[in-house]
Design a protein around this ligand. Sequence first.
Ligand code: SAM
Ligand code: SF4
Length: 337
Amino acid sequence: MPVLTEPLVVLRDTFGRIADDLRISVTDRCNFRCIYCMPAAGLPWIARDEVLSFEEITRVTRILVSDCGVRTIRLTGGEPLVRKGIEELTAMIAGLDQGLDIAMTTNGILLREKAAALKSAGLSRLNISLDTLQRDRFRNLARRDALERVLDGIRAAREAGFTKIKLNVVVMRGVNDDEVLDFARLARVEGYEVRFIEFMPLDADGIWSPESVVASREIIDVIDREFPVEPVHDLRPAPANRFRFRDGAPGGVGVIPSVSDAFCKVCNRIRLTAEGRLRTCLFSLREHDVKALLRGGASDGEIVEFVRAAVWQKEEGHKIGQADFVKPGKTMSQIGG
Ligand code: SAM
Ligand code: SF4
């Protein structure tokens, strides 16, 4: 099995950035209805035959890894664990190259059932979304009474051998911003890295407003007053600014200032949606139909050229807060966060 050989081409854009991180949405479906993402009634799901098959996803991934220099993969959705056979897809991708780093973002509710199989399939890392530690609040936020199952899912992930688990917390003003210190405490006790994400205008219900965003600086200030922290410097471009506890406590905290100080300037990401479209930005207003090529008999070389041309046109960055900002017509769950 190859170990990340030199690519034929690199996916460069007009701003000099190189895309080597691929996020794959394996489904647009979800068993939660988080208020910052989906409407209570759900969304019209993509028809099953329009969703990329495991073979199609694996083919695109192989081309992007071996020919175009993609180095990290994240499986997401919708909720990736509701896609039947997700562990098989994970194994198929892991089988492409033993040097690949494969991560998953999940709401965690099915981890008790799936964690061990995912570990054996070759999944390297897990980010588990958890926005509150309070049961009633969880029910209101995810519109499911599932806090206990998610906490148990996190335990199951540890038992299965996942280390360095990251918890994703979307912080919303007046909703869960009073729990920042509780999450920092949890990080210290359990050794998790807790990542606080700024709320982005990708929700279905239109509840986002500039006032609903809690800036990352404010979050770190709150934590630093109680548990002094110092920055950790990453070698690769990363959307999160990470901090460790100065007193040597385990775990850490990170902030993703997606609104107040976006990582666009060094963004190395591209996204493949569940229906096989390539997106060069979360906030893209256009998508590139890779599925049409896959199903139209295109060669690997043609797909490489198509992706290369798409990435070349990658947006400079999102325009949240600017007069010409246009909210994409899709929610986070439909894009693949
Ligand atoms: N269902 C999985 C989950 O929730 O972890 C994976 C898909 S979800 C769309 C991926 C990540 O996007 C989650 O961490 C979620 O909290 C985050 N997210 C969803 N909507 C968001 C929004 N409007 N602003 C910021 N983050 C959001
Ligand atoms: Fe589902 Fe994840 Fe969106 Fe919540 S954030 S509704 S769990 S896709």
